[in-house]
Design a protein around this ligand. Structure first.
Ligand SMILES: Cc1ncc(C[n+]2csc(CCO)c2C)c(N)n1
Length: 223
C-alpha cells in the first residue's frame, strides 16, 4: 500500500518499528483466530477510549486545516469515528455483556494514555502537518494490516474486524488521508519535502506514534 508519496517515505524512516507494528503477534492472532477472546475484548474497551481522544485529535485538525477541502476530510473523519467506528465497538462489546456505561467508565491503561495524549500534544504544539504525522500511523497502518489480512478474512474468527479495515470504504479513507498529507506537505515543505529542515522532525513524530502503536498491541496481549 502506498497511500500517496510522503507516507511511504515516513514509513521507510520508521522501518523496524513499522514492521513490529503491522506484523505484531496481536495482528497474527487476529489473522489465524488464535488471539484469545478476552484479549480482543480488553483491546476493544481500551480502543473505545482511544477513539474518543482520536476524534478530539481529528477535531483539532479541523481547526488547524488551511482549506475547506482539508476541513471537510478532517470533519468527516470525526463523524466517521463517532458514528461508525465507535458504534461498532459499543455493539461488539454489548454482545459480550459489556455495556456502554462500563465502556465509558473503563480506566485508561498507561500505554493508551501515552499514545493519545502524545498525538494531541503533537497537534497543539505544532501545525497541521505535525498533527498529520502523528495521526498517520494509526490510520494508514490499519489500512495496511487490513489489506494484508484480507485473504484470511472469510470464515475467520475475527473476520468482521479484518473486513472493516480491508473494505473499500476504509481503503478509500486511507487514500484520502494519504492525499491530505501530500497536499499539506507540499504547502508547508515545498516540492521536495525530504529536503526541508522540518523533515527529520516529522519523521521522528511519525516514528514515535508508530512505537506507541506497538505498545498498544503489547498492552492488548497483556489484559
Ligand atoms: C490503537 C489504534 N490504532 C489505530 C486504529 C484505527 N483507527 C483509529 S482512528 C481511525 C479512523 C481514522 O482516523 C482508525 C481506522 C485503532 N482503532 N486503534
Amino acid at each position: 500500500m502506498s497511500y500517496g508519496r510522503v507516507f511511504p517515505a515516513w514509513r521507510a524512516a520508521a522501518a523496524p518499528h513499522w514492521d513490529a507494528y503491522v506484523r505484531h503477534a496481536f495482528v497474527e492472532g487476529l489473522r489465524d483466530g488464535s488471539l484469545p477472546r478476552a484479549a480482543f475484548l480488553h483491546y476493544l474497551v481500551q480502543d473505545y477510549l482511544f477513539l474518543v481522544h482520536f476524534a478530539r485529535a481529528w477535531a483539532l485538525a479541523v481547526t488547524k486545516a488551511a482549506t475547506i477541502e482539508e476541513m471537510r476530510i478532517c470533519a468527516g473523519t470525526v463523524h466517521a469515528l463517532i458514528d461508525d467506528e465507535m458504534r461498532l465497538h459499543v455493539a461488539t462489546c454489548a454482545e459480550a455483556g459489556i455495556d456502554a456505561a462500563t465502556l465509558a467508565a473503563a480506566e485508561e491503561r498507561p500505554e493508551n494514555l501515552a499514545y493519545t495524549r502524545y498525538v494531541l500534544d503533537a497537534g497543539h504544539s505544532g501545525d497541521f502537518l505535525d498533527l498529520l504525522a502523528a495521526l498517520a500511523p494509526c490510520v494508514l497502518g490499519y489500512g495496511e494490516i487490513g489489506a494484508r489480512l484480507a485473504p484470511a478474512a472469510p470464515g475467520a474468527s475475527y473476520g468482521a474486524w479484518i473486513d472493516t479495515y480491508a473494505g473499500t470504504d476504509y481503503q478509500q479513507v486511507c487514500a484520502d488521508v494519504g492525499a491530505l498529507i501530500d497536499g499539506a506537505a507540499a504547502r508547508a515543505l515545498g516540492p521536495d519535502p525530504a529536503a526541508s529542515p522540518r523533515w527529520e522532525r516529522l519523521c521522528a513524530t511519525f516514528r514515535t506514534a508508530t512505537r506507541l502503536e506497538v505498545g498498544f498491541w503489547d498492552m492488548g496481549l497483556a489484559p
